[in-house]
Design a protein around this ligand. Sequence first.
Ligand SMILES: Cc1cc2nc3c(=O)[nH]c(=O)nc-3n(C[C@H](O)[C@H](O)[C@H](O)COP(=O)(O)OP(=O)(O)OC[C@H]3O[C@@H](n4cnc5c(N)ncnc54)[C@H](O)[C@@H]3O)c2cc1C
Length: 267
Amino acid sequence: MYTAQFRYFRPADLGEAEALFRAGSDARFLAGGQSLIPAMKQRLASPSELIDISRIAALSFIRRERERLVIGAATKHANVAASGDVQASIPALAALAGMIGDPAVRHRGTIGGSIANNDPAADYPAGVLALDATIATNMRKIPAENFFTGMFATALEPGEIVTEVAFPLPRRAGYAKFPNPASRYAMPGVFVADFGHAVRVGVTGAAACVYRATELETALAHRFAAGALDGSAVDPAELASDLFASAEYRAHLVKIMAQRAVRACDG
Ligand SMILES: Cc1cc2nc3c(=O)[nH]c(=O)nc-3n(C[C@H](O)[C@H](O)[C@H](O)COP(=O)(O)OP(=O)(O)OC[C@H]3O[C@@H](n4cnc5c(N)ncnc54)[C@H](O)[C@@H]3O)c2cc1C
């Protein structure tokens, strides 16, 4: 019979978490456990130490500043969805958080865990990239543009802990996803952000990694309206094909979700 062997730690602060990681042999940080625990159950991950950062109080907050919204890494999806500050500053981000998984997932999963995991069909990466967010860690600040590096891959170094995500405030933004009927993951999801001087479009659930749809950005920068995308065609060449959807179907859905996201900007 398989018996998982790992030691579990619950540090009180970041310094203790860092020290535990350095002392471990193959340590992993644990936040909501909504991705890591299933991976361990499937034997896809077998860390020797689990360092549970979910109760470090300094990592769980939502703070509205003058020109940005800052969310602590251990903040749960349900708290982002329900936050008056998020709803008032970037309503599309609250809507995105409210679309993740089911209530159980939203009450355990965290924003830091979601972006550190960088599942190709996860919702937050689309919002983080489209909103040009900055990811702060215990070591440095990383622009979203450089953070998501590939399928389940990020710029994070071993032992690096996401501490907060800072979002500049857009003039308007919208998110729409076509959810997988079983998992609720995006297939795809499109986040559109209009900053006045620039329009950014983040696409998840369509390719190996979240990406910016520059051709849609150009069309929307010219005229910010769903109809401005009528003549746009999304190239399926780089998109994923699997048992849920072909690359051609995903390309079609990217355009439709982008149009829905633009319409969602008006509430
Ligand atoms: C049934 C189900 C449905 C789901 N549906 C969706 C969905 O529709 N959309 C969606 O986006 N997601 C979905 N998820 C995933 C969910 O959002 C997870 O919460 C998320 O992917 C991981 O966050 P977590 O806090 O649970 O991280 P964990 O599972 O604890 O950790 C995930 C990874 O991130 C690392 N990590 C965690 N926190 C940090 C940190 N602060 N710094 C550095 N590394 C860190 C861990 O070491 C681990 O490698 C679903 C999950 C389940 C089980």
